[in-house]
Ligand binder design. Sequence first.
Ligand code: ARG
Length: 561
Amino acid sequence: MDLKKIIKNDIYEILKGYLQIDDIVVEYPKDRKMADYAIPCFGLAKIMKKNPNDIALMIKDSIKNEIYEKIEVVNGYVNIFLNKKKITKLILETILSEKENYGSNDIGKGKTIVIDYSSPNIAKPFGVGHLRSTVIGNALKHICEKNGYKVIGINYLGDWGTQFGKLIAAYKRWGDEETVKKNPIDELKNLYVKFHAEAEKNPDLEEEGRKYFKALEDGDKECLMLWEWFKNESIKEFNKTYELLGVTNFDSYHGEAFYNDKMDKVVDELKEKGLLETDEGAEIIRLDEDLPPALIKRSDGATLYITRDLAAVFYRKKTYNFDEALYVVGNEQTLHFKQLKEVLKKMGYPWYNDIHHISFGMVLQDGKKMSTRYGKSVKLYDVLLEAIGLARKYIEERNADLDNKDEVSRQIGVGAVIFNDLKNYRTNDIEFNLEDILKFEGETGPYIQYTYARIQSLLSHKQNIKIDYNNIDINEYTWNVVFKLYSFGEYIRRSKERYDPSEIAKYLIDLAQDFNKLYANEKFIDNNKELTEFRLTVSETVAIVLKVGMRLLGVDVTNKM
Ligand code: ARG
């Protein structure tokens, strides 16, 4: 059901002889008290060479449909007021029958999107930056699916690169098997940090690291064994975090190493196409558009991040024949993705245009970056545990008898972290303060979960009697809620177009706020049975939409909290 479309069609019926349907614009007025929809007639006036007000009057006089209650003409606008009873019945019944499918569309039918997200680096802690990629990517996956696309989620593990040469060098110099086994990620991180500290004093170390990476690329047995070990320990550790987050639905875990034997082909093709140039022994591609050249092979023959990304994108194109490829990676890699696209363009692949870098801002604490460099790392797993602990404290204070406290604490704590991450436009930096994001009031995950749970307890009063909507007075508070419910689909479309989950998060905050205003102003359990039933039906549909929306973001709701 798309009211804008219905209105557009009705107006087109009137103006058909003069213009095209897409010349007609249907907007929401700035002030929703002015009308439900407004049609500006200025553009139409230009095309029809008439006065805007005259066109507005013409529309007002001829438009017919039982869903319109009243039409007004104001300063070149047609203001449309809907018949609230008819529309309300339609919307609520639609939601009750479509349930979790409400808001879906088939814009993406027959199309495939691959999303590269999370992609943490082996032998390094899973940091807050990877949290952003994980939750934004996971939400985008759900959102694209809701828009009818087939989606392939790829966790492109950072399991290859010069850092493994350094790590092997460090391990061989200072490492101890027992210590690493006891506490793999921390120990490996310490070794890595130590390598950098020592390398400042002793520059030969860098060379040693490069040598080990080269040995690894050449298939040296011992190096490969160490690498495999580091990798397995890391994945075990990452999985703990994924489980807490509830993100376990990757379709592929092919990391960088998977492309080791697939790079030669790309390099050959680059050579054939005359794009490679030797520069001080290294192979590079010169790029236009003020971009620095892309380094494809070092002078010692070692490959680079972009070489692997090229091999990966060809593999993905061949395997999935994607219509769009999204890379959910922080702002700091903007140049890398520009270079990647530019290389594809130079190679003559028009689909370079389907590659989108979905960038995002940093996570700040008290205005400063939560850094992972030089050992000051912030481990996401610990942050999540802290959030869960705090949620648990709130539950003990408010509802100590709750049955499944462990699971509810996880849902609230983790949900709060995810929601905080997604509620702002993704390229903005986000401020991370546990106390704030766990508040039950304000623009938080717990606020929405709380609204949902409150509705669940209300619903025990529902009697499932039939409602005659002619008897129902749709007041302003109610109408705001019903109209919000109706607009869900629009936000779903927009969040895909903008690749931005915050469209959904903000919508959910608005919906919960509108509902809570209604709740504060009306008596929900009334002597009038029909009215009670109506209010509870509104509540039920709000709960359905809150749940569907939170699921899109990757957050659970809970019946009691
Ligand atoms: N592992 C990389 C990092 O943490 C991110 C990988 C992003 N994906 C890609 N195809 N380059 O910086």
